[in-house]
Design a protein around this ligand. Structure first.
Ligand SMILES: Cc1cc2nc3c(=O)[nH]c(=O)nc-3n(C[C@H](O)[C@H](O)[C@H](O)COP(=O)(O)O)c2cc1C
Length: 226
């Protein structure tokens, strides 16, 4: 699989089959992903890979907690600014509409949306997950390093025939995650990622992207179109 194919076939998969992901495949992917760039090569990612009974236990605790309506843990970072301006707000709304209409859920049906969201904490059925932590002392540039690392992981998973879903939803229950993973207190959970083989029976709507001209500005005439 070439890089273009890996990039264009990666998507957030929200339905996995119950087929084990071999440990050596995950190790191969994470060994290669470690070649991701980071400012001054500080490699600020701290990754926990969770499978088997610890993952089953974590899913049970998280799903149970959310289903029982136990409040979110205190937010450790701002997921989205409270008043997001255009075009970000519009794109977010469009995503929400697409996602919930694909599930046959009306936008105003809060309960149904919550039920759908609960699948996050079951890893959408995936048999493997990773959790990405960052040292609390690090700053925004290091958070960007995490993004580059995580995208590398997701592309390499594609090369192995696997799919993934990055999930900030896990940060909403970071204390529950910590109960199972016992990370050192200086680490903060950025996100989880479900990993596995796609369940082709689960329907989905492919997300769109803004046209190039909306997000990219070319300056200079080198390579200009005739
Ligand atoms: C940092 C990050 C956190 C995300 N958190 C969640 C999440 O908690 N639950 C979820 O279902 N999708 C989550 N997503 C997936 C996004 O919704 C998805 O990437 C976006 O809609 C684009 O769709 P695509 O990944 O299928 O191309 C997250 C993506 C990123 C990059």
């Amino acid at each position: 699989m070439d890089v273009y194919e890996a990039v264009t076939t990666r998507r957030s998969v929200r339905g996995f089959i119950d087929k084990e992901v071999p440990r050596d495949v995950i190790e191969r992917v994470l060994t290669a992903a470690a070649w991701a760039p980071s400012g001054s090569n500080i490699q600020p990612w701290n990754i926990y890979v969770v499978t088997g009974s610890p993952l089953a236990e974590l899913k049970k605790r998280a799903v149970g907690r959310v289903a029982d309506g136990v409040l979110w843990d205190d937010r450790e970072y701002v997921m989205y600014p409270p008043a997001m301006k255009s075009p970000y707000r519009d794109r977010r709304e469009a995503f929400g509409n697409e996602r919930y209409s694909a599930l046959g859920i009306a936008r105003e049906d809060w309960e149904a949306r919550q039920r759908a969201a609960i699948a996050n904490w079951d890893c959408f059925g995936a048999p493997a997950a990773l959790f990405c932590y960052i040292d609390r002392d690090l700053g925004v540039a290091q958070w960007a390093d995490l993004g580059m690392y995580l995208q590398s992981v997701m592309l390499l998973l594609r090369a192995e025939g696997l799919h993934s879903c990055p999930q900030m939803a896990w940060s909403q229950v970071h204390n529950t995650v910590a109960e199972v993973l016992s990370p050192p207190s200086e680490l903060m959970l950025f996100c989880g990622m479900s990993i596995g083989y796609e369940d082709a029976a689960v329907e989905y709507v492919r997300t769109g992207r803004a046209p190039l001209g909306e997000t990219v500005t070319f300056i200079g005439d080198q390579g200009a179109r005739p």
